[in-house]
Design a protein around this ligand. Structure first.
Ligand code: AMP
Ligand code: MG
Length: 350
């Protein structure tokens, strides 16, 4: 199929493009659009066949549920059985914004959208184009990240074109996204809510709002046998660049030394090396293609650049990638979660 690509200015949204995209959604088609976290691949959440198209386009396993995006609080009542008080508090504090809440689904939401589960993931994004698209269409939009399953999530329109060009009806190019990593997912179906995926909204921020919050065991013990994450998507290989990525943990100087040593061996053997550095360490490397992922003094920049840097190594065609690790407090938790998954949990202490 031909994919229509339309540029939209976030500060002056073209109504005609919103109408055009809405018509596609109403007919059961797919539209990729920017959100503040990453680009999403959208279709009508209440139309099982439209959801099925998303799974096919992404090559996504059918048990990996989609997040349903709304623009208005009065859209949520018909999607869920009830909204527990803690969920309500999270919505009041963080919506519109980068947090997804899991609730018991109503009969209206097809299991084709929820990967066969009786629960549904719901988010109200804050990106003006996403909100405008949901409002104009009047449709709750099911939208996972707009990448081919397993690849790094798209943070700019060219990433979506790379992965899904020719497979979706339309891509709305609203420029690079702001945050750059996916929403925090919080399961609110139990008395103590559980973080299923770390994101921009941290555990500390959640606990300030609703008291104790648990973290899904699978996030902290990803390698242990028999521990299956409650967010089905988290069990799949994800966010991964094409080359093997290894992360090194330790004091920064030792990490630089170790990566230089590894990179020299590879380079001597004729392998093309990529190195994920930070602004502070960029000058410390002697071999390979060195790309900074951002400054250690501002984790927001690291989140913002993360997927773009992984995709850059793909287009450079490197054979192996070595990466520094970052502190895993606050936003660092989400950053390290994505990097470790991208590395297939291949991390070494130095
Ligand atoms: P993506 O939109 O590509 O970031 O993926 C959505 C994520 O939300 C995946 O990790 C899913 O497993 C997770 N998710 C969506 N719906 C549910 C649900 N009902 N219960 C648990 N996790 C969910
Ligand atoms: Mg995804």
């Amino acid at each position: 199929m031909d994919t229509i690509v339309r540029k939209v200015d976030i500060n002056s949204i073209d109504r005609n493009v919103m109408e055009e995209a809405s018509e596609i959604l109403k007919k059961g088609g797919m539209v990729a659009f920017p959100t503040e976290t990453v680009y999403g691949l959208g279709a009508d959440a209440l139309d099982e066949e439209a959801s099925a198209k998303i799974y096919r386009a992404k090559g996504r396993p059918s048990d990996n549920p989609l997040i349903v995006h709304i623009a208005d609080m009065n859209q949520i009542d018909r999607l869920v059985k009830k909204i527990p008080d803690k969920a309500k508090k999270l919505m009041e504090r963080f919506w519109p914004g980068p947090i997804t809440v899991i609730l018991e689904k109503s009969d209206l939401v097809p299991k084709g959208t929820t990967g066969g589960l009786d629960t549904v993931a719901i988010r109200m994004p804050s990106h003006p184009i996403a909100l405008e698209l949901i409002r104009t269409s009047g449709i709750p939009i099911a939208a996972p990240s707009a990448n081919v399953s397993g690849r790094p999530s798209p943070t700019q329109s060219s990433h979506v074109e790379e992965d899904l060009g020719g497979k979706v009806d339309m891509i709305i190019d609203g420029g690079p996204v702001g945050i750059g990593i996916e929403s925090t997912i919080v399961d609110c179906t139990s008395e103590t809510p559980v973080i299923l995926r770390p994101g921009y909204v941290t555990k500390e921020m959640l606990e300030e709002t609703i008291g104790d919050v648990d973290t899904d065991r699978a996030l902290t013990e990803p390698m242990s046998e028999g521990v299956v994450p409650k967010a089905p998507g988290m069990k799949y290989k994800h966010y991964a660049p094409k080359a093997d990525l290894t992360m090194y943990r330790g004091d920064v100087q030792s990490v630089i030394l170790k990566i230089n040593e590894m990179a020299k061996t590879d380079t001597d053997a004729g392998r093309k090396v990529g190195i994920i550095a930070s602004d502070e360490t960029l000058d410390g490397y002697r071999q390979g293609t060195v790309i900074s992922i951002g400054t250690r003094t501002d984790e927001d920049t690291i989140a913002h650049n993360l997927y773009r840097v992984l995709r850059e190594f793909d287009s450079l065609g490197v054979d192996v990638i070595y990466g520094e690790t970052f502190e895993d407090n606050r936003l660092g938790q989400a950053i390290m979660n994505r990097l470790l998954k991208a590395a297939g949990y291949h991390i070494e202490n130095v």
